[in-house]
Design a protein around this ligand. Structure first.
Ligand code: HEM
Length: 495
């Protein structure tokens, strides 16, 4: 042992002897064991081997999307009576509080990517309710780029690294968007002012999809969730973000943790848009199309809750990296809609969790129910903790094990027609451009200028004219002026 090491240890009160993973006291954590002084290292130095082997296994696969994120615990409080719409117990009374865990993220970047980038932000919320965990795995945008889950892997491939260059490529991004006109609305949103939030605290969250609520009487409603930031919306311009991303890659993660440490707990006002099921068939937009919003004049948002984040996780790996959220985690009174994107997501997340964290991921402290317990007949597998003891592992049984309730979480929906690879139905005012054009026309002149500059800066990097032209054409279809200005701005940059 070196003298310096001994003197530092003498000053600090330790928590007792250091041990191996199996609990045996460690004599020397500085020098590995050798055959003689200066000789080769011995296999019997099990501490050395254990440390090196454990270190090699510290990583688990990062999330295939939304790899980069930060989380915090908090409370959801009901502020209005919604019992005529849903029988979910955590929403049953005004003033009722439910513990939550919220993970924010960016989408395309890998685990070490900077926070201050132009990208949607994930808004994954886990409500630890007394009827099981309810996960709402949303974004900071009310819409999305595509409307069928079958396109998701292709879409994400264009956002991530090219197989040859190993970088994100403007060619791939704009080729896919140009060939997927339904993306025009979300792309307009993303390249507008809200495309780079100043922090996770200064942005809204949205459930984005349409979900079903159902009440005690068995009546169903279609709903959309909105989480409006009480901190106010604050964004970064492209050049502010470029500087911040370089100077402080952890900007958003740090901002959230430090605000909570200061006792400045961020809050969001929670709203819901409610559509009677009878309206859906004849609504002017397909209400299950994720590239469309329901304009507020059609279905005004109703405030029903307050979300507050007030506790930082103690251990980022255990509580953030290993946290799992699934759009299929519903509770009684809440269920899916036939949105084709949502239907794909109902499969994708739990499948990702089994690969990324393991079959017993739901048993980890951050993931398991906190206000009730899971009582299933699922057993064993990697890292099973023996929680079921000697209880029977089959059902039905005559030994008093848990039994089914005979009441589905959500109401059945009527369906008709024949199976097939059907395009989602179009309603009276539907097309891929109408809401993108409306959003553009809502912007102030200064916002339009920033939008055009942001888009043009990226489209100008495309190497082929046909890809750039097809991309611009979609914006022209949304609004003639939008397309004309974009074309001129791209031409000016490309020369
Ligand atoms: C069919 C389309 C989609 C598919 C197949 C898909 C798939 C996935 C997968 C596999 C993950 C990683 C999960 C994990 O490893 O734990 C993920 C993460 C995530 N996705 Fe999606 N996604 C889709 C669309 C969306 C949409 C539309 C939204 C938002 C409205 C969204 C929000 C998120 C968020 C917030 C996360 C991060 C979850 C976390 O914090 O752990 N995704 N997605």
């Amino acid at each position: 042992m070196t003298e310096a090491y001994v003197s530092v240890q003498d000053e600090v009160k330790t928590t007792g002897p250091l041990t191996t993973e199996s609990g045996a006291p460690v004599a020397d954590n500085q020098n590995s064991e050798t055959a003689g002084i200066g000789g080769p290292v011995l296999v019997q130095d099990q501490l050395l081997l254990e440390k090196l082997a454990h270190f090699n296994r510290e990583r688990i696969p990062e999330r295939v999307v939304h790899a980069r994120g930060a989380g915090a615990y908090g409370t959801f409080t009901v502020t209005a009576d919604v019992t005529k719409y849903t029988r979910a117990k955590f929403l049953a009374e005004i003033g009722k509080e439910t513990e939550v865990f919220l993970r924010f993220s960016t989408v395309a970047g890998n685990l070490g990517a900077p926070d201050a980038v132009r990208d949607p932000r994930g808004f994954s919320l886990k409500f630890y309710t007394e009827e099981g965990n309810y996960d709402l795995v949303g974004n900071n945008t009310p819409v999305f780029f595509i409307k069928d889950a079958i396109k998701f892997p292709d879409f994400i491939h264009t956002q991530k690294r090219d197989p040859y260059t190993g970088s994100q490529e403007a060619d791939n991004v704009w080729d896919f968007w140009g060939l997927s006109p339904e993306a025009t609305h979300q792309v307009t949103w993303l390249f507008g002012d809200r495309g780079i939030p100043a922090s996770y605290r200064h942005m809204n969250g949205y459930g984005s999809h349409t979900f079903q609520w159902n009440n005690e009487a068995g009546e169903a409603f279609w709903v959309k969730y909105h989480f409006k930031t009480d901190q106010g919306i604050k964004n970064l311009t492209q050049s502010e973000a470029d500087k911040l991303a370089g100077a402080d890659p952890d900007s958003h993660q740090r901002d959230l943790r430090e605000a909570i440490e200061r006792g400045e707990f961020p809050t969001w006002t929670v709203q819901v848009q409610i559509m009677p099921v009878e309206d859906a068939a004849n609504y002017r937009f397909n209400p299950f199309d994720l590239t469309k919003v329901w304009p507020h004049e059609d279905y005004p948002p109703i405030e029903f809750g307050k979300l507050e984040l007030n506790r930082n996780p103690e251990n980022i790996f255990a509580e953030v990296e290993q946290s799992i959220f699934s759009p299929a985690h519903f509770v009684p009174g809440i269920g899916p809609s036939p949105d084709k994107m949502l239907q794909g997501r109902l499969f994708a997340y739990a499948d990702a969790h089994r690969y990324r964290v393991g079959i017993n991921a739901d048993h980890l402290p951050v993931n398991r129910p906190h206000a009730t317990e899971a009582r299933s007949y699922g057993r064993d597998g990697h890292l099973y903790d023996g929680r079921h003891g000697r209880a029977k592992n089959y059902e039905p049984n005559s030994f008093g094990g848990p039994v089914q309730t005979d009441r589905p979480l959500w109401q059945a929906s009527a369906v008709s027609g024949v199976t097939g690879d059907h395009v989602a139905p179009s309603h009276a005012e539907d097309n891929d451009f109408v809401q993108a054009g409306n959003l553009y026309r809502l912007m102030s002149e200064a916002e339009k200028e920033r939008l055009i500059a942001n888009l043009a800066g990226f489209i100008a990097k495309v190497s082929r004219d046909d890809i750039a032209e097809r991309a611009i054409d979609n914006f022209r279809k949304a609004d003639e002026d939008y397309g004309k200005r974009l074309e001129a701005a791209v031409q000016a940059l490309r020369g």
